[in-house]
Design a protein around this ligand. Sequence first.
Ligand code: FCB
Length: 458
Amino acid sequence: MSDLFLTFPRDFIWGAATAAYQIEGAVNEDGRGPSIWDTFSHTPGKIFNDDTGDVADDHYHRWKDDIALIASLGLGAYRFSIAWSRVLPQGKGTVNGRGLDFYDRLVDGLLANKVQPWVTLYHWDLPQALQDEGGWSNRQTADYFADYARITVQRLGDRVKHWITLNEPYVSSFLGHHTGVHAPGIRNIETALEVAHHLHLAHGLAVEAIRSAAPKTTQVGITLNLHSIHPASQSEADLQAARRFDGIQNRLFLDPISKGSYPQDLIDFFGRRFPSIGPDDMHIIQAPVDFLGVNNYFRFVIQNDPDDPDLRLREIFLKEREYTEMWEIYPPGIYEVLTRVWKDYGPAKMYITENGCAVPDGIDADGRVRDYRRTRFLRDHLFQCYRAIGDGVPLKGYFVWSLMDNFEWAYGYAKRFGITYIDYSSQKRTLKDSGAWYSRLARANGFDLNETEPFFPR
Ligand code: FCB
């Protein structure tokens, strides 16, 4: 073993993550109701290649194989999401027992293989029936979410010890309601802000619902996508633009949950466009959580832009930097996020609930998938996580995105994030090199920074 072997803290959790609509398929089976992602993906022109999640990874039928895969990797945890419209096809009202049965079997199967289930309740797939009543711009959706949380926890809470209320409320609110590139495809900044507030309420109400339905030791958290944000220059205008974007991306979500208030600079900037807040709202939203889940993929470089009507800024791309198929590779960003959140908000525990990248890959003639760039991406980000832990950040686990290639939202199947390759015509799963490396790391609870062949060819 070289002296550059980095060992993670004892009990550090190594996992992999997925989400319901991205992998399950079987959209019309066992009483599942449609979600906004069914509607959106079936609207021509919304998704690259007009792909849909109708079949995806066919995980709904292949879940046993997928559990065997997770177990074979030696992972201690698996983060997946529950499709609200399998449990409540209309989003509220009649419970669909067969939907819950699926997750019941999944949870038991994971536990039988010594894999801890980490369950996300909302990974963007709002039941379409609730969208028909206004979706997240309807405040009542928050109450329906809490009901759904309670019903689900009543069924699974004796075995699931980690619950995540929402995945990336920034993305559901702003990509769904401001840029409109995600379901339900609305483009209105005021709606996006209102939706963000209702998502916060949904989170707070669900935390209470989960706690009342689950055993005392149950851990409840939320997953936010948090970014390192750099100004394009040191000009006052760019510095302010970067600060504004940090407000929208990071503080709009961190502040209410941890401090019970919205950032004053954003309230001032948006003025009358900022949603009205009910007297008890902030108290509900600030319900104490046990951990903060952080999804981190890339950083933003932000420039002032007077022509942008809503936020007066734009993202810029730097020629000299390396990009994946989606985003810039900037490993120190994950360190910057972890240390900043810890310093400014002091969460008791943090987990990286997603990190990974889309790079072109494919199966070679010898059957191997040599996704060197992904392996390097993971190693370089984990090195930065290791640094953060060394600084005292209470980072307790890491979940790679993703267990397998899947439906990447507006990009359809064109972007592959998996450590397992999916052949979508045969549904065959093939572990990539990055998966073999990650599995070894999980078993050894660390990795060798000096390593070369076969995972890091010179
Ligand atoms: C995150 C999402 C996840 C996946 C990755 C690439 O924003 O939570 O579902 O699409 O990005």
